[in-house]
Design a protein around this ligand. Structure first.
Ligand SMILES: Nc1nc2c(c(=O)[nH]1)N[C@@H](CNc1ccc(C(=O)N[C@@H](CCC(=O)N[C@@H](CCC(=O)N[C@@H](CCC(=O)O)C(=O)O)C(=O)O)C(=O)O)cc1)CN2
Ligand code: MET
Ligand SMILES: [Zn+2]
Length: 771
């Protein structure tokens, strides 16, 4: 059968793409209605039916809002009760056998149950959103098990709204999945492409039968480096789906985002799909490509309104870009650069922002307005195309970088100084920093903000909470304690609130995973630390115990990564300013007698550019910022760092580069896979691979913990090993934490006995290495 690459112009009976659109919309609700509904269901306070109704109300509110704002054909299936990748796995019946008996299979996969651990969760490309990693093997029996995308179309139609369903594209779905445990060597989920395409074909037919004109297939994986085999998969997928007769399928819009399509552009251009989406914020390089003209027969959905930040769009620049494209592509439609999932709902909710700053901002609803305004301007603009690709660049540093401060002594020298100073037992047990954030503390913080309680009262409550955490750790027998971070609403927002140059929102929530959200601070000015931030709390915590209490800071890369950052200064200069603020805090903690300081960088890998060619440069200045923040530490001050959501190879490169003395990492959730990495041999620093997956309410049993720790001890000399959870405990309850830490301490005591031999021999090793 011959494909028809240009259905729009050749067959005018097929409806054109609307002139303005968005790729997706926040789903948590303007007042986090979804969060409340989920947590109420999980706590047994409401039924699944009530949860489903809450979801339905949110979808209705979204479609009404978007049509009120003037969007003709809003997207549907952008809603999810937990995660859209999980929705896709569920829809395809890619449900591993161990979940099938659960009461609620969907949430068992997302969160685990008492009997079964959840699926792995990891970062969605370079964002702070997390998706659930599907497990696919040769045994996965794909079928269309759920018709959510079709149902949502019908649901919207009842409200008089016709929508464009959004699906995760089959190639990205498989590339984001992992091979199930029993899969034969060499198997990758992409090997199942043909079977998945069978189900997608069936789904497209069902959507066409439902009267859908356009379907959006998201393929963000195509903006990262892709092998020839993967590019062949793209071709196979879209020749097959586009090859369905246009009476049997809706028109296909393949959207890319978070970067430029690279080698995937000519492949897609050659496939019988009717529209292609380009990210013209992060993927602007595409404008200079000669093969852009290969899109001449297609609708280009031009992502000129940035979906990853909250700054107003420069409408004139965007208009130039649209007019330039008009000369190159077929139809041109105005869109956001990606889904608006990554920005808060509505600026109108923010009453407290400085009016001068506020004028420069656009949240999701304002971005919808921009898209519509641009479509109007574009339609009214003269027909002649702009002929040169418009340039819009981030400013580069005009002055030389500020000097990098002096480095610390080499690690082996520091290790000796620290061992003498700290006198820790073998296999020290510690935690990552936060203890459960209780409703009481959150309520107290809300009451303080509302002026209902005094500063003194709030401080007393926080101190009581610190004391509770310290006493618990002492009682359970941990070796290096933490104060528990009760004074922090969030590890980034808290610092932003105490630094100059940041603004904080009241309702600017962005979903991070499931029901969990953050309010990313807005870094809009020059960053400076007017006064010490954590020193008072650290002093207080240390006064309660003879065991060392870690000072706890968030690193510069993570502060930048989890904020909305100004674009009128070179990113590198911004990093340096934040690094200097943290450096001042490290110095003050040290002066206050704190002997272990942890500077977390869980977002280090998140900001890693998706294309390998750009990664070395990024790592050099991200790492530079970290070292700038920490190199003020004396040799005997032990610097810890914590990384989560990274894979092994990335972590190991990063750990060496960061030059911290001890690194705690997430590993329980992936069964300590990091230790299989060949680079682990010869690893020379302290390492704490997590033995407790804190993302799930499950409490790990002692043998589970010893099992993981033994795996660690087979690879690493015992005197380098720390025992700790995967990440902070703030999302857990005190009951769960007490049970899990008890088991961790018990398991460690057993290990200390069996590994005494190992310990004495590795001690010798270390002495030799120092010479
Ligand atoms: N920024 C950031 N990104 C991160 C992480 C992180 O810790 N921070 N961790 C990783 C995993 N992501 C996470 C993201 C959020 C949360 C999380 O727990 N968020 C909390 C909100 C934290 C917060 O801002 N708390 C505030 C506000 C709390 C609140 O909801 N207050 C009530 C009122 C108080 C009450 O009566 O309960 C309200 O505003 O309605 C505070 O404690 O002050 C939540 O969604 O529940 C956890 C992990 C990766 N990315
Ligand atoms: C997402 S990494 C979290 C690190 C932080 N210190 C905590 O324990 O919560
Ligand atoms: Zn973490």
């Amino acid at each position: 059968m011959t494909a028809r690459p240009n259905a729009v112009s050749t067959f005018p009976t097929f409806p054109a793409f609307p002139s303005a659109t968005i790729l997706g919309y926040p789903r948590i609700g303007p007042r986090r209605e979804l969060k409340r509904a989920l947590e109420s269901y999980w706590n047994g306070r409401s039924s699944r039916d009530e949860l489903n109704s809450a979801g339905r109300r949110l979808r209705e509110a979204t479609w009404r809002r978007l049509t009120d704002l003037g969007l003709a054909e809003p997207p549907s299936n952008t809603f999810s009760l937990y995660d859209h990748v999980l929705d896709t796995a569920f829809m395809l019946d890619a449900v591993p056998a161990r979940y099938r008996a659960a009461d609620d299979v969907y949430f068992a996969m997302a969160r685990g149950t008492d009997d079964v651990a959840p699926l792995r969760m990891t970062k969605w490309f370079d964002t702070n959103y997390h998706y659930i990693v599907p497990e696919i093997g040769p045994e996965t029996a794909f079928r269309l098990a759920d018709d959510k995308p079709v149902r949502e179309v019908a649901e919207a139609r009842e409200l008089g709204v016709s929508t464009r369903p959004v699906l995760l594209g089959p190639v990205t779905f498989l590339l984001l999945s992992q091979a199930s445990a029993g899969s034969p060597a060499g198997f990758t989920p992409l090997h199942r492409l043909n079977d998945v395409l069978g189900v997608y074909s069936e789904l497209l037919r069902a959507l066409a039968a439902e009267g859908v004109d356009w379907v959006q297939l998201d393929e963000p994986a195509l903006v990262a480096d892709r092998s020839d085999e993967e590019l062949v998969a793209v071709r196979v997928a879209y020749e097959r789906l586009g090859g369905l007769d246009l009476t049997e399928r809706p028109q296909l819009f393949v959207s890319s985002y978070f970067g430029e399509l690279g080698a995937a552009l000519p492949v897609l251009a050659d496939c019988p799909v009717e529209a292609i989406g380009l990210d013209l914020d992060r993927g602007r390089d595409v404008l200079a490509r000669r093969d852009l003209a290969s899109l001449a027969g297609k609708t280009v959905v031009a992502g000129v309104v940035p979906g990853r930040n909250i700054w107003r769009t420069h409408l004139n620049d965007a208009l130039d870009t649209l007019r330039y494209l008009r000369g190159k592509a077929g139809d041109v439609t105005v869109s956001t650069s990606c889904s608006l999932l990554h920005v808060p709902h509505d600026l109108e909710s923010e009453d407290d922002l400085d009016p001068a700053l506020r004028k420069r901002l656009a949240f999701a609803d304002q971005k919808v307005g921009e898209v519509i305004e641009l479509a109007r301007l574009f339609a009214a603009a003269p027909d002649d195309a702009v002929t040169a690709p418009p340039v819009r660049q981030r400013p580069q540093a005009s002055s030389p970088d500020s000097a990098q401060p002096a480095e610390r002594s080499p690690y082996p020298v520091r290790a000796v100084a620290q061992a003498e100073h700290l006198r820790l037992p073998p296999l020290p047990v510690t935690t990552i920093g936060s203890f459960p954030q209780t409703g009481d503390v959150r309520a107290a913080r809300a009451a303080l903000a509302a002026g209902e309680i005094s500063e003194e009262r709030y401080e007393a409550l926080v101190k009581a909470e610190i004391e509770r955490a310290v006493r618990l750790q002492e009682r359970l027998g941990l070796d290096v304690l933490v104060h528990g971070e009760p004074e922090r609403n969030d590890m980034v927002q808290y610092f932003a609130e105490h630094l100059d140059g940041f603004a904080i929102t009241r309702h600017g929530w962005v979903q991070s995973y499931g029901s969990r959200c953050t309010r990313p601070p807005i870094l809009h000015g020059d960053v400076d630390r007017p006064a010490p931030i954590t020193v008072g709390w650290a002093r207080y915590a240390q006064s309660l115990t003879g065991k060392p209490v870690k000072g706890m800071l968030t690193g510069p890369v993570t502060i930048v990564a989890w904020s909305f950052v100004r674009e009128d200064r070179p990113l590198r200069a911004v990093f340096d300013q934040v690094a200097d603020a943290i450096r001042a805090e490290v110095a003050d903690l040290q002066d206050a007698g704190v002997s272990i300081i942890q500077v977390d960088e869980p977002a280090l890998r998140e900001l890693l550019p998706l294309r390998r060619a750009d990664q070395a440069a990024y790592l050099s200045w991200a790492v530079g910022a970290y070292r700038r923040a920490t190199s003020v530490a004396a040799d005997r001050t032990q610097i810890h760092t914590h990384l989560c959501y990274s894979d092994a190879a990335e972590v190991l490169t990063a750990i060496d580069a960061l030059d911290a003395d001890v690194t705690t990492i997430e590993s329980a959730r992936s069964n300590a896979r990091v230790l299989d990495d060949p680079a682990m041999k010869g690893f020379a620093r302290g390492l704490g691979p997590g033995v407790y997956d804190i993302h799930s309410p499950r409490v790990p049993a002692v043998p589970e913990i010893t099992g993981l720790a033994e795996k660690i001890l087979r690879v690493l000399p015992a005197d380098q090993v720390w025992i700790n959870p995967d990440c902070g405990l703030k999302t857990r309850t005190y009951d769960q934490v007490e049970a899990a830490l008890t088991n961790i301490v018990t398991a460690t005591a057993e290990l200390r006995e069996v590994s005494e031999v190992l310990l004495s021999s590795s001690d010798n090793c270390r002495d030799r290495s120092v010479g």
